[in-house]
Design a binder for this molecule. Structure first.
Ligand SMILES: [Zn+2]
Length: 164
């Protein structure tokens, strides 16, 4: 799902678990995308810069919406941050850095991975045991399935009604 959805999921998790820092929970929930897609955006900008200046913006748009990685580096970066092994490592780190909220932050991060499993397909399909096991199930691309996006937003909206 999109970054806003993940952020609001993190805030909902924090709120329902008695968390006191919803902004930090939102940050933990969007971390897989924010960190994992830095190389993706870098390489796409580099590729678009090879176009004539007038074609930069259309070229960049086409590259960003292609649902294709530029190379193995940006693919690995994305899949590493969407791996439960990374979530485990960050949970251990959070235990020492945030002793009072590590469990909330960990759940926010894991929620991102679990939500991305049914909502991504193709190269962006979630490989939750990356890099040891790259098997994955194809989900559906949320950006191309308004029914799926609507269902997820209705679920989250209903959850907010329950916890408010
Ligand atoms: Zn993601």
């Amino acid at each position: 799902m999109d970054v806003l959805y993940h952020a609001l999921t993190g805030i909902a998790i924090s709120k329902s678990m008695g968390g006191t820092d919803p902004a930090l929970a939102a940050a933990a929930a969007v971390l897989p995308d924010i960190v994992g897609t830095i190389p993706f955006y870098y390489y796409k900008i580099q590729q678009a810069r090879q176009s004539p200046p007038a074609a930069f913006v259309p070229s960049l748009f086409a590259l960003l919406t292609s649902s294709k990685f530029a190379n193995a580096t940006d693919a690995a970066s994305y899949h590493i941050t969407h791996s439960l092994f990374t979530a485990l490592g960050l949970t251990i780190l959070a235990y020492f850095i945030f002793p009072n909220s590590w469990h909330i932050l960990s759940l926010c991060y894991i929620s991102h991975i679990l939500i991305d499993i049914p909502t991504h397909d193709g190269e962006f399909a979630t490989r939750m045991f990356y890099p040891w096991n790259t098997r994955f199930q194809y989900g559906k691309n949320w950006a191309k399935s308004w029914r799926m996006s609507l269902a997820f937003w209705l679920y989250l909206g209903s959850y907010y009604l329950l916890i408010s």
